[in-house]
Design a protein around this ligand. Structure first.
Ligand code: GRF
Length: 195
Protein backbone atom coordinates (compact mmCIF):
# COMPACT_ATOMS: atom_id res chain seq x y z
CA UNK A 1 0.00 0.00 0.00
CA UNK A 2 1.25 3.51 -0.79
CA UNK A 3 2.43 5.62 2.12
CA UNK A 4 0.37 8.63 3.20
CA UNK A 5 2.38 11.81 3.55
CA UNK A 6 1.60 14.96 5.54
CA UNK A 7 3.49 18.21 4.94
CA UNK A 8 3.76 20.98 7.53
CA UNK A 9 4.10 24.57 6.27
CA UNK A 10 4.09 28.14 7.58
CA UNK A 11 4.96 30.30 4.57
CA UNK A 12 5.29 30.24 0.81
CA UNK A 13 5.49 26.49 0.39
CA UNK A 14 7.95 26.02 -2.47
CA UNK A 15 9.26 22.81 -0.88
CA UNK A 16 5.69 21.55 -0.44
CA UNK A 17 4.92 22.35 -4.10
CA UNK A 18 8.00 20.43 -5.24
CA UNK A 19 6.90 17.35 -3.29
CA UNK A 20 3.33 17.75 -4.53
CA UNK A 21 4.46 17.91 -8.17
CA UNK A 22 6.32 14.61 -7.91
CA UNK A 23 3.50 12.96 -5.94
CA UNK A 24 0.91 14.14 -8.48
CA UNK A 25 2.92 12.49 -11.28
CA UNK A 26 2.80 9.26 -9.25
CA UNK A 27 6.59 9.27 -8.94
CA UNK A 28 7.05 9.85 -5.21
CA UNK A 29 5.77 6.51 -3.99
CA UNK A 30 3.48 8.27 -1.52
CA UNK A 31 0.21 10.17 -1.61
CA UNK A 32 0.04 13.70 -0.25
CA UNK A 33 -2.83 13.18 2.18
CA UNK A 34 -2.66 16.30 4.34
CA UNK A 35 -1.07 19.76 4.40
CA UNK A 36 -1.11 21.39 7.82
CA UNK A 37 0.01 24.80 9.03
CA UNK A 38 0.40 26.54 12.37
CA UNK A 39 -1.05 29.76 10.92
CA UNK A 40 -2.95 30.91 7.83
CA UNK A 41 -0.36 31.17 5.03
CA UNK A 42 -0.10 31.11 1.22
CA UNK A 43 1.12 27.49 1.26
CA UNK A 44 -1.97 26.10 2.99
CA UNK A 45 -4.26 28.23 0.79
CA UNK A 46 -2.56 26.84 -2.31
CA UNK A 47 -2.93 23.26 -1.05
CA UNK A 48 -6.65 23.78 -0.41
CA UNK A 49 -7.05 25.16 -3.95
CA UNK A 50 -5.48 21.95 -5.28
CA UNK A 51 -8.11 19.93 -3.44
CA UNK A 52 -5.65 18.57 -0.87
CA UNK A 53 -7.01 18.07 2.64
CA UNK A 54 -5.70 20.88 4.84
CA UNK A 55 -5.65 21.67 8.55
CA UNK A 56 -4.70 24.95 10.21
CA UNK A 57 -3.72 24.23 13.80
CA UNK A 58 -3.20 27.65 15.42
CA UNK A 59 0.15 27.80 17.20
CA UNK A 60 0.76 24.18 16.22
CA UNK A 61 -1.21 22.97 19.31
CA UNK A 62 0.34 19.61 20.11
CA UNK A 63 -2.71 17.44 20.90
CA UNK A 64 -4.75 18.90 18.03
CA UNK A 65 -1.93 18.25 15.57
CA UNK A 66 -1.36 14.68 16.79
CA UNK A 67 -5.09 14.04 16.42
CA UNK A 68 -5.26 15.51 12.90
CA UNK A 69 -2.29 13.40 11.74
CA UNK A 70 -3.74 10.27 13.35
CA UNK A 71 -7.19 10.88 11.83
CA UNK A 72 -5.64 11.13 8.35
CA UNK A 73 -3.71 7.83 8.89
CA UNK A 74 -0.41 9.55 8.12
CA UNK A 75 2.73 7.40 7.76
CA UNK A 76 5.37 10.10 7.31
CA UNK A 77 5.40 13.80 8.20
CA UNK A 78 7.61 16.29 6.36
CA UNK A 79 8.07 19.72 7.93
CA UNK A 80 8.91 22.03 5.02
CA UNK A 81 9.28 25.58 6.25
CA UNK A 82 7.10 24.81 9.29
CA UNK A 83 8.27 27.47 11.76
CA UNK A 84 7.27 25.76 14.98
CA UNK A 85 8.64 23.05 17.26
CA UNK A 86 6.61 19.85 17.31
CA UNK A 87 5.24 19.00 20.76
CA UNK A 88 5.73 15.79 22.77
CA UNK A 89 2.38 14.14 21.93
CA UNK A 90 3.00 14.46 18.19
CA UNK A 91 6.62 13.36 18.57
CA UNK A 92 5.61 10.30 20.58
CA UNK A 93 2.88 9.29 18.13
CA UNK A 94 5.22 9.66 15.11
CA UNK A 95 8.61 8.86 16.59
CA UNK A 96 11.24 8.54 13.85
CA UNK A 97 8.64 9.46 11.22
CA UNK A 98 8.83 13.26 11.27
CA UNK A 99 11.36 14.90 8.94
CA UNK A 100 12.42 18.53 8.81
CA UNK A 101 14.35 20.48 6.23
CA UNK A 102 16.64 23.22 7.45
CA UNK A 103 18.59 25.83 5.41
CA UNK A 104 22.10 25.19 6.76
CA UNK A 105 24.61 22.37 7.05
CA UNK A 106 23.66 21.16 10.54
CA UNK A 107 24.96 21.07 13.21
CA UNK A 108 26.11 24.53 12.08
CA UNK A 109 23.55 27.31 12.42
CA UNK A 110 20.46 25.70 13.97
CA UNK A 111 17.42 27.83 14.77
CA UNK A 112 15.19 30.13 12.80
CA UNK A 113 17.85 32.51 11.34
CA UNK A 114 20.17 29.94 9.79
CA UNK A 115 20.82 31.76 6.50
CA UNK A 116 21.46 35.12 8.17
CA UNK A 117 23.72 33.51 10.78
CA UNK A 118 25.77 31.58 8.21
CA UNK A 119 26.27 34.69 6.06
CA UNK A 120 27.21 36.81 9.09
CA UNK A 121 29.76 34.16 10.09
CA UNK A 122 31.41 34.46 6.69
CA UNK A 123 31.13 30.81 5.65
CA UNK A 124 32.27 29.90 2.13
CA UNK A 125 29.87 26.97 1.80
CA UNK A 126 26.49 26.33 3.35
CA UNK A 127 23.45 24.37 2.22
CA UNK A 128 20.46 22.48 3.55
CA UNK A 129 19.91 19.48 5.78
CA UNK A 130 17.08 16.96 5.92
CA UNK A 131 16.88 15.32 9.33
CA UNK A 132 14.64 13.21 11.53
CA UNK A 133 13.02 15.35 14.21
CA UNK A 134 13.83 14.55 17.83
CA UNK A 135 13.14 16.52 21.02
CA UNK A 136 15.84 19.14 20.36
CA UNK A 137 16.10 22.15 18.07
CA UNK A 138 17.50 20.91 14.73
CA UNK A 139 19.45 18.13 16.48
CA UNK A 140 18.01 14.92 15.01
CA UNK A 141 19.69 12.23 12.88
CA UNK A 142 20.70 13.53 9.45
CA UNK A 143 19.14 11.99 6.34
CA UNK A 144 20.76 14.10 3.63
CA UNK A 145 22.67 17.32 3.05
CA UNK A 146 23.28 19.47 0.01
CA UNK A 147 26.04 22.05 -0.37
CA UNK A 148 25.84 25.58 -1.81
CA UNK A 149 28.85 27.84 -2.39
CA UNK A 150 28.55 31.35 -0.91
CA UNK A 151 29.55 34.04 -3.40
CA UNK A 152 30.84 37.45 -2.22
CA UNK A 153 27.82 39.41 -3.43
CA UNK A 154 25.13 37.23 -1.85
CA UNK A 155 22.56 38.78 0.48
CA UNK A 156 20.46 36.79 2.95
CA UNK A 157 17.67 36.78 0.36
CA UNK A 158 19.73 35.68 -2.65
CA UNK A 159 21.59 33.06 -0.61
CA UNK A 160 18.33 31.65 0.73
CA UNK A 161 16.87 31.45 -2.77
CA UNK A 162 20.00 29.62 -3.96
CA UNK A 163 19.79 27.23 -0.99
CA UNK A 164 16.11 26.58 -1.66
CA UNK A 165 16.81 25.39 -5.20
CA UNK A 166 19.23 22.76 -3.87
CA UNK A 167 16.99 22.04 -0.87
CA UNK A 168 13.95 21.21 -3.04
CA UNK A 169 15.94 18.69 -5.06
CA UNK A 170 17.36 17.07 -1.92
CA UNK A 171 13.91 16.89 -0.37
CA UNK A 172 12.23 15.28 -3.36
CA UNK A 173 15.08 12.80 -3.88
CA UNK A 174 15.43 11.80 -0.23
CA UNK A 175 11.77 11.66 0.77
CA UNK A 176 11.11 9.60 -2.37
CA UNK A 177 13.83 7.13 -1.42
CA UNK A 178 12.57 6.93 2.16
CA UNK A 179 9.03 6.05 1.15
CA UNK A 180 10.01 3.72 -1.70
CA UNK A 181 12.93 1.93 -0.03
CA UNK A 182 12.22 2.38 3.68
CA UNK A 183 14.89 3.54 6.12
CA UNK A 184 16.52 2.63 9.41
CA UNK A 185 18.04 4.77 12.16
CA UNK A 186 20.85 3.20 14.19
CA UNK A 187 23.18 5.24 16.44
CA UNK A 188 22.08 8.41 14.64
CA UNK A 189 22.95 6.90 11.25
CA UNK A 190 20.04 7.04 8.82
CA UNK A 191 20.24 4.48 6.04
CA UNK A 192 17.91 3.86 3.14
CA UNK A 193 16.47 0.39 2.71
CA UNK A 194 15.12 -2.23 5.09
CA UNK A 195 17.31 -4.14 7.55
C1 GRF B 1 13.15 26.61 3.61
O1 GRF B 1 14.43 27.07 3.24
C2 GRF B 1 13.18 25.91 4.93
O2 GRF B 1 14.31 25.12 5.13
C3 GRF B 1 13.17 27.08 5.89
O3 GRF B 1 12.26 27.97 5.32
C4 GRF B 1 12.21 27.79 3.91
C5 GRF B 1 10.79 27.49 3.55
O4 GRF B 1 10.56 27.72 2.21
N1 GRF B 1 12.86 26.69 7.22
P1 GRF B 1 9.19 27.32 1.50
O5 GRF B 1 8.03 27.81 2.38
O6 GRF B 1 9.16 25.83 1.33
O7 GRF B 1 9.22 28.05 0.19
Amino acid sequence: MRASLAIGVSGVGSNMKALHAVAARGELGADLALVFADRPCPAVDWAAEQGIETAVVPGGADDTLAEALGAASIDLVVLAGYMRLVGPATLAAFEGRILNTHPSLLPAFPGSHAVRDALAHGVKVTGATLFVVDGGVDTGPIVAQTVVAVEDDYTVETLHERIKVAERQMLVDSVGRMVREGFTITDRKVRFGHE
